[in-house]
Design a binder for this molecule. Structure first.
Ligand code: F6P
Length: 374
């Protein structure tokens, strides 16, 4: 009997999603004679049975397009926002899957998607996932698609900021995405020759960054570029956040956990805008005029790089092969030029963060980049 699969894209969008949809779709339809449907707006479409029939026509010309033809959302099946409350819509997702007689559903997304996909697998669906995110923080895969394109965008931005920083003898702080992981700031900072790079994994001291900038000025370098991941924090903030997270984990009662949770959320909320405070403080401590550039969603937009197109296409095509072989409950991780099918249970809920001993960290320090260490 002809097999049928569904595809959805979930979480923040990124370049390469359409290439992945096309990779899965073309291989599934043309090579393995499967029927393919898409669900709109991530898990929300699966719970609400909003579909897009996929055929050759839908897949034509999308390889180079940014975004996702399916639409996306951050909605979770077990906590679906309905008006001002949330509802567990897991059964509705199962019902849609059964109604369409699907053999499997492909969930393309980041860390949150891996967790939601595992929940769907636990609810009885055959699930397979593909790793996407510009943050590159998905556990188990060498790299995720979207990252290479974002790296190019941020590097180009740093290149352009260099010339204006030089002309005006200014400090330019450039904020990249990355709440928990610093891959983008670190990679683009190295590629763009940033003078300081601040990432969430390495708590910083503003005085140490200011000291490095003053030292550059003494050597006649009157401008500096500081690449900062949005989640980077000072050593004091980092200690505070660890303490709140510990309180939440060790809370004895529901009330205490709720209080710690709220304090943690408030802390994160207050953290937004920190890069501006950092910029002003650097100006104050160095006496050098400073400006802030926040790259924001620009980093996620537009056409994917050739590297991301290849990565998304080959992982998508490998995904179709796995579906053909009825391998389910796995993420198709990039491993060198090939792939590895990793059980979702082994990767969901984990993050790939920059480690102290990562070669990029060593490279930055050996080439005189200040990482803000106190
Ligand atoms: O996809 C991950 C990410 O790009 C983070 O780096 C960023 O903080 C977040 O998405 C913001 O996404 P949104 O504004 O879509 O919620």
């Amino acid at each position: 009997m002809r097999r049928s699969i569904g595809i959805l894209t979930s979480g923040g969008d990124c370049p390469g999603l359409n290439a992945a949809i096309r990779g899965v779709g073309k291989a599934a339809m043309d090579e393995f004679d499967m029927a393919v449907i898409g669900f709109r707006d991530g898990f929300r479409g699966l719970t609400q049975d909003r579909i897009l029939r996929i055929d050759g026509e839908q897949l034509a010309g999308i390889l180079t397009d940014g975004g996702t033809i399916l639409g996306t959302s951050r909605d979770k099946p077990h906590k679906m926002p309905i008006g001002d409350r949330t509802e567990d819509m897991t059964q509705a997702a199962v019902d849609t899957y059964r109604k369409h007689g699907l053999d499997a559903v492909v969930c393309i997304g980041g860390g949150g998607t891996q967790k939601n996909a595992l929940r769907m697998a636990d609810a009885g669906l055959n699930v397979i996932t593909l790793p996407k995110t510009i943050d590159n923080d998905i556990f188990g895969t060498d790299v995720s698609f979207g990252f290479d394109t974002a790296l190019e965008i941020v590097t180009e931005a740093i290149d352009r900021l260099h010339s204006t920083a030089t002309s005006h003898h200014r400090i330019i702080v450039v904020e990249t995405m990355g709440h928990r992981a610093g891959w983008l700031a670190l990679g683009a900072g190295i590629a763009g020759g940033a003078d300081a790079i601040l990432i969430p994994e390495i708590p910083y001291s503003i005085e140490s960054v200011a000291g490095a900038i003053r030292e550059r000025a003494r050597r006649g370098r009157r401008f500096s570029i500081v690449a900062v991941a949005e989640g980077a924090m000072t050593a004091i903030e980092s200690e505070k956040i660890e303490e709140l997270a510990r309180q939440k984990k060790e809370a004895d009662s529901k009330k205490e956990r709720k209080q710690a949770s709220e304090e943690l959320a408030e802390f994160h909320e207050n953290h937004v805008g920190n890069t501006l405070k950092l910029t002003k403080k650097l100006e104050e401590l160095t006496g050098i005029e400073s400006r802030l550039t926040i790259l924001g969603h620009l980093q996620r937009g537009g056409t994917p790089s050739a590297t991301d197109r290849i990565l998304a296409t080959r992982l998508g095509a490998s995904c179709a092969e796995l579906l053909h072989n009825q391998t389910y409950g796995v993420m198709v991780a990039a491993r060198g030029d090939g792939f590895e099918a990793l059980p979702l249970a082994d990767i969901a809920g984990k993050k790939k963060l920059v480690t102290e001993d990562h070669p990029w960290v060593r490279t930055a320090e050996l080439t005189g980049v200040c990482l803000g260490r106190p």
